[in-house]
Design a protein. Structure first.
Length: 79
C-alpha cells in the first residue's frame, strides 16, 4: 500500500512539473492600440516567459511587466 502511495505521489508531481507556465494575458487599456501589434507583442512576451521559465524564477506578472516595457498601459497584472 505504501509503494502505491509513493508511486501516485510521484505521478502527480511529475504531472505538475510538466505543465506549461501560466500565461493569462494582462488587462490592457486598448484605446488607440493596433490589435495586430498587440497580438504580436503579447505572443512575444508569452514566448519569452516560456523560454525563461526553465532558467530562472519569474514573478507572477512577467507578461504584464513585459507589456509595460513595450509601452502598453496595463490595468490588471496577470501572467
Amino acid at each position: 500500500m505504501r509503494l502505491i502511495l509513493i508511486l501516485l505521489t510521484a505521478l502527480v508531481l511529475a504531472g505538475c512539473a510538466a505543465r506549461r507556465p501560466y500565461l493569462e494575458p494582462p488587462v490592457v487599456d486598448m484605446a488607440g492600440v493596433d490589435q495586430n501589434r498587440y497580438n504580436n507583442d503579447l505572443s512575444a512576451c508569452q514566448q519569452e516567459k516560456i523560454a525563461r521559465t526553465a532558467d530562472t524564477i519569474l514573478t507572477f506578472d512577467w507578461v504584464s511587466q513585459c507589456m509595460e516595457r513595450k509601452g502598453y498601459k496595463v490595468l490588471i497584472h496577470k501572467g
